[in-house]
Design a protein around this ligand. Sequence first.
Ligand code: HEM
Length: 473
Amino acid sequence: MTRIGAAALPPGPPLPPAVQAALMWQYWPRYVAACRRRYGPVFTLRVSQLGTVVYLSDPAEIKKVFAGDAATYHAGEANSMLTGLLGPASVLVVDEDVHRDRRRLMLEPFTREAVARQTRIMAEIAAADIAAWPVGKKFPVAARMSKITLEVILRTVIGASDPARLAALRDVMPRLLNLSAFQLLSITSPDLQKRLLWRGVRRRIDEADRLLYAEIADRRADPDLASRSDALAMLVRAADQDGRTMSDSELRDQLMTLLVAGHDTTATGLAWALERLTRHPAVLAKAVEAAEASAAGDPQGDEYLDAVAKETLRIRPVVFDVGRVLTRPVDIAGYHLPAGVMVAPGVGLVHADDRIYPDADRFDPDRMVGATLSPTTWLPFGGGARRCLGATFAMAEMRVVLREVLCRAELVPTAAAGERQRVKHVILTPDRGGLIEVARLRDPRRPGSPEADAALLRGGRAPAADRGGGDPA
Ligand code: HEM
């Protein structure tokens, strides 16, 4: 971690880095928002493990970062503490040309068309899970969402179908993603994994690796590889202009990245959507109508469900900021920032700005209906060349799962206070897990739902099977 003199830097709290790290760990969004109020739109935090972090909340300055040269703004370096889990070849932790080439090889499974082909299975997985939800008592929906989104990734991205391997992956992945703060030390400092206290973490990674390598071997040997639609098959087939394909260990690192980046993030976005909806009965009622319309094939229903997802990710961003480490000095926000500083476009700060979103604390999906969203004022998926690779996938999944929930489970509105944002590794989850209550479960294909049945007959498929996802940005 480079020690950078204070002279050239924007103002910030004069607290020791260890104290600021503790504050971030416990109160991340509140601490950063308090600094924004105290020091203005650009400020400096000094945080153990992260170094000197300059937060940005002005969209014009954020635009410079997102449009900046990849050789100057290193996102991979900012994410490097994840290397111990994701591996050195992960698209998340590399920079410059290596990143550009690797990301190019990974685009195919995340195009709109490829995602649209996966939405039916997303709906089936969600419907099967919802059918087992408890009725008449509160439960934390984040855990159910986590199960649904893990299953979606295992089936559509990894393409796993062997029952024993699927069961083993369902078991080991949550155990890898729910590491305690103490266990996480061995991800940021992988050498610790050799020590007795952290060997358990190493064993979990080894077990996950064994399963992922087995999938890779199966895919390579599959005579139907050319026609398979899972992301792993596409990654095995992908070749750059010189015909170079990914090695087994590169494939392993990308699979682990997609599992880690794409599972709890989407689950948390969904849990927040239900946490917000159940506290806004009028919006909930409108969302239920939209879900039924969507299931009947009405694009306006889709549009409102997408608006709920967009507004949720605005008001409760799963990822509160993104980082770029400067490799050379840069003039930004009126400061000459030295190399080594991490600049952090503050996603949550921009989303909470009343000048951009009037009455920003109000959950109001209507503000998203028909709105043209700018990449520097609505940025839950980050931006520029590093914008989330799975954004289209995540938005489609949020729409499909929300539709299944709202069509199949009658949710009980609540007057309880909203749940606080709790820091979980690099994401912000509802602190009670998104407690919801279901009054009753219903089958949307019940008699008396003629539109849904008509859609079923027209499309020859289940009514809630999707017609494709959309990336709204
Ligand atoms: C609501 C759900 C999600 C949220 C909020 C989210 C958010 C983000 C953010 C903020 C970044 C960093 C962007 C930046 O630095 O500018 C990112 C990167 C990434 N995400 Fe997502 N993500 C979600 C779902 C997914 C899904 C479903 C996948 C894949 C299955 C995925 C795969 C990735 C990958 C591979 C990257 C690295 C991109 C790169 O460095 O080029 N994410 N995501």
